[in-house]
Design a protein around this ligand. Structure first.
Ligand code: CMC
Length: 428
């Protein structure tokens, strides 16, 4: 007999089925809670206990520090796969064959051009605009230039919209960076790898042939893979919920980018670097900042620490910390910021406040140090996160549409004024 959860409200008993996932996680299916009771709902601010969907894309176990895409461990993927293979895996469910991979890449390359008028939009932003705002706007603007990709239903049309955004998004990212730096906007080359071309588009100088640096390509490939998906986080949930209104892929992604921008989410990578810089400028006194992070009257938080789901360690942080050492070593960079980061981590891991709250370094703690070593400006870090997260958002949007999920529309518990008579303005 299948298991159930029992609920008693005012002496009335109700039963709800338990659903078990493939990794033996258990959920109470409350789809009929409101209709089967006296319109009772659940209340769960921040969705700490609420599953919004069933998903076959990413599994993570926050207690054990496990992260898997489609069943493959993040450690193995970061070591053996490239970003485009991982993107294919996330979106379509299986690692691609050589032919599938080539076709995917060719279809993306065929779409890796944006309308010249997009440049006008880009140029109308002040150079000082934050790149996340710019990239969210440009992604949304793509909707206007590609109306056939707006509200797609069939798998074939979804595929077309997917390769379009996979092709055009890196161009927008590179152009956002180049515009800030006053460099001409370029297209790189379609004769090189996806990640190689991202670097070429970002860094090629107008007066000098661009030489690929294998260390940078490998480092970026790894960083993008580590950021590629993370199940129902804030931005991904945003993409799914916006997409559930059938708003279209590009509009859903633009909303996801905005959600990612916040410092409690993807914006943390920028915030970490700014925090480490501030500590350095302040004389490198990590203890002072540890005390601030623990002081409840002080709004300061140790950026790059803590995670809603990981309560043991963030497996991505482990890989990135090692990569930071290797990449800076290979590039011959000695960055005092890395030492401050390591010092802070050591102190936090030994501090009762952080131990009690299970606060560990997260993916953003070391990623910015690598980006900085690669020559990427601090306020572009979250854009790089978005570039990595793109296939995850796409995979989640596609899954949601193919499963024909209903429009996302949470309930609320109203706590405002009850009915009262209108008061004329001269009597208020
Ligand atoms: N520094 C100091 N104290 C912290 C921190 C921190 N970074 N994070 C959590 N705490 C404390 C918090 O004050 C609370 O203490 P108490 O129980 O005494 O009130 C306790 O730990 C639980 O924190 P919470 O805010 O209830 O936990 P949450 O699951 O709602 O928040 C978080 C998770 C990631 C938003 C939070 O840990 C945080 O703000 N971290 C810093 C920002 C950051 O690095 N974000 C990137 C997350 S990973 C990448 C991504 O997903 O985008």
């Amino acid at each position: 007999m299948s298991k159930t959860a029992k609920l008693e409200i005012d002496g009335k008993k109700y039963e709800f089925p338990l659903i078990t996932g493939t990794e033996n996680e258990v959920a109470i299916d409350i789809k009929n809670l409101r209709s089967g009771t006296e319109e009772v709902i659940t209340l769960d601010p921040g969705f700490k206990n609420t599953g919004s969907c069933e998903s076959a894309i990413t599994f993570l176990d926050g207690e054990k520090g496990i992260l898997r895409y489609r069943g493959y461990s993040i450690e193995e993927l970061a070591e053996k796969a490239d970003f485009l293979e991982v993107a294919y895996l996330l979106i379509f469910g299986e690692l691609p064959t050589k032919e599938q991979n080539d076709k995917f890449h060719n279809d993306i390359k065929a779409e890796a051009v944006v309308d010249e008028d997009v440049k006008k939009i880009l140029e109308s932003f002040p150079k000082s605009a934050h790149p996340m705002g710019v990239i969210a706007s440009l992604t949304s603007a793509l909707t206007a230039f590609n109306p056939s990709s707006v509200n797609v239903e069939s798998e074939e049309d979804m595929y077309k919209a997917i390769v379009k955004i996979m092709g055009k998004f890196p161009v927008l990212v590179a152009w956002t960076l180049r515009r800030r730096q006053g460099l001409p906007l370029n297209y790189g080359s379609d004769e090189i790898g996806y990640v190689e071309n991202i670097l070429k588009m970002m860094f090629e100088k107008p007066n000098h042939p661009y030489e690929q640096n294998k260390i940078l390509v490998n480092a970026l490939d790894k960083l993008l893979i580590l950021h590629a998906d993370h199940e129902q986080n804030c931005s991904t949930s945003t993409v799914r919920i916006v997409g559930s209104s059938h708003a279209g892929l590009f509009a859903s992604l633009s909303a996801g980018i905005s959600a990612l921008w916040g410092p409690l989410h993807g914006g943390a990578n920028q915030a970490v670097l700014e925090m480490l810089e501030a500590i350095k400028t302040d004389g490198g006194d990590t203890k002072k900042y540890m005390a601030k992070a623990k002081d409840k009257k002080d709004p300061f938080r140790l950026m790059g620490f803590g995670h809603r789901v990981y309560k043991n360690f963030d497996p991505r942080a482990r890989i990135i910390k090692k990569a930071a050492d290797e990449v800076l070593g290979d590039l011959g960079i000695e960055d005092p910021i890395l030492d401050i980061a390591k010092g802070l981590e050591k102190e936090a891991l030994e501090d009762q406040y952080f131990v009690d709250r299970k606060l560990y370094p997260n993916v953003d703690f070391y990623s910015g140090i690598i980006y900085r070593g690669m020559g990427i400006p601090t306020d572009m870090f979250t854009v790089m996160f978005a570039l990595g997260r793109l296939p995850g958002w796409i995979a989640q949007w596609r899954e949601m549409r193919l499963r024909k999920e209903p429009i996302g529309r949470p309930r609320q518990l109203y706590t405002g004024a009850t009915l009262r008579p209108f008061v004329d303005i001269d009597k208020r």
